[in-house]
Unconditional design. Sequence first.
Length: 148
Amino acid sequence: MQNKFLEYFLLLARIFLGFIFIYAGAGKISDPASFSQSIQNYRLFPLEIINIFAITIPWIEVICGLLLFFGISVKENSLIISSLLLVFTLAVAISMIRGLNFDCGCFGKPSPIGWQKLGENSLMLLLGIILMIYDSKLLNIASKNENK
């Protein structure tokens, strides 16, 4: 019983994180200039690399989100997503400590940085770490291909 609960929990976590990152990345891809401005608002990176981040990060989010959603290389994609979440969470925390007040650019839509954003990111990071540790093989495309 407990093993089945864990399997379904991991499946839901995988689908949830995958969907969140697909949605977040797609919003940023549709408006890279706005996402570039959001990155610049953090005042953490040199101007020369902000546009590179604004173009590449959303595609990484979408690709990893899709792979996670379909259960392909779950541990590896969870590591990438967790790494992104760690950087995002640290950036929000640093900006809060510095007293900055702006929209985080998280979903390509206005969403202010603050304690709520730290909590959301921390919960998603926890899910990513759990997926890295336990994997999620229930209803994934990869295991169907391995059985052939």
